[in-house]
Design a binder for this molecule. Sequence first.
Ligand code: UD1
Length: 415
Amino acid sequence: MQSYKICGGKMLSGKIRVEGSKNALLPIIAASILVKDIVELENVTPLEDTYSMIDILRLLNVRVIYDHKSKMIIDSRNLVNKRISSEYTSKLRASYYFMGALLALYKSVKVGKPGGCDFSTRPIDLHLFAFENLGFDVVEEKNFYKFKKEREPKKIIEFSKVSVGATVNAILASVLNKGTTILKNVAMEPEIDDLIDFLNKCGSKIKREDNKIIVEGVYNLFGCKYKIMDDRIEAETYVVIGALLGRNLEIICDCKKYMKEFLLLMNKVGAHVKETSCGVIVNATKEIKEQSLIFNVYPGLPTDIQPVLTILFTKSKGESVFEDNVYPDRFSQVDELVSMGYNLHLVDKKLLIRRNNAYLDSVVSCKDLRGGMSLIVAAILSNKTTCIKNCEYISRGYYDVINKLKRVGAHIEKI
Ligand code: UD1
């Protein structure tokens, strides 16, 4: 169990470099088996999920060379269709991208059930709907899904609800199909477009028209060199930290164009965020204007930043209200924040955020990745000492978070 001790209230200055996006990387790693060739990826962040994906690649007889910093070479020329047991897949949610990738290549596939952060119930019915429409029978066993090709794939697949993961899986499973597959009501997250750019660089013919994706099947793909996009959620997290405690805190990133809604909000609430050619410079703001916010699918405000953004609005005079349309129950951090002295109330799936009178010394525990990060942000803002337990959740999505914050002046130590 990883625990951090944080003495908060220190101003932060210097530079923080944002890493490559985990949510873009993981689908691209699974997609790399489709090429049956050599792929070279850059800006690969060495997170636990990255290593769990490598373990699955190796199980499938794929050769992987990774420098543990940035560059990864994936050679899938000797790929084999092996059953991926739940011992591998339960380590992370994104393991389900191997379903889509293997179904593009083989008629019969067996993949263990996915794991991942349990901040809410996370069904995969939309993924299975896509696979069924692409011609597969799906049988659910205790720890597995078994897929068997039984029919010709449908040409048009329309989702009843927008899902990032199901959109990715539908793209992966249809990229090598004969003819054209049209995917309707798909997610518009930029990480999906990173996957599309990668696949198109490998020879696929995929086009997006707003919330419609047109996949013109190709016979085969070839290897390429590709740089993963920067992590917009990590960048937004450090911007929030800067708006609370920054003294010319510079966030270096190349993903501002995907942060429009967030940066507009920062401007609207009075945060001091200045855009530069290589990122943003943030200074602490005394007063943040209260807001009623609804977190939504892209291009809306991302649900992943909701827990962290909560802390910013504790600096408002008036009451702010948050609703999360993507994961309406994603408020697992609230009880812990209340025990730190934060003035938060959950009423009918709405989070009411008020200014708090005093922070408290406390011991709190992470329940999931983004909620866990909100505890760190809350602790570095607080003028008390906070011990945060179960921090392994945080390192699943924020690489080197402790050293990054220490280097800009935060008082954090591992205990
Ligand atoms: C991805 C992101 C995650 C982010 C989320 C929403 C990755 C690895 N993870 O997760 O960080 O929080 O998008 O932006 O990219 N749903 C169903 N049935 C399904 C699938 C989803 O009902 O089969 C529901 C979910 O419960 C949720 C909504 O659809 O309410 C959106 O989920 P989805 O977009 O699929 O999220 P993920 O791809 O799991």
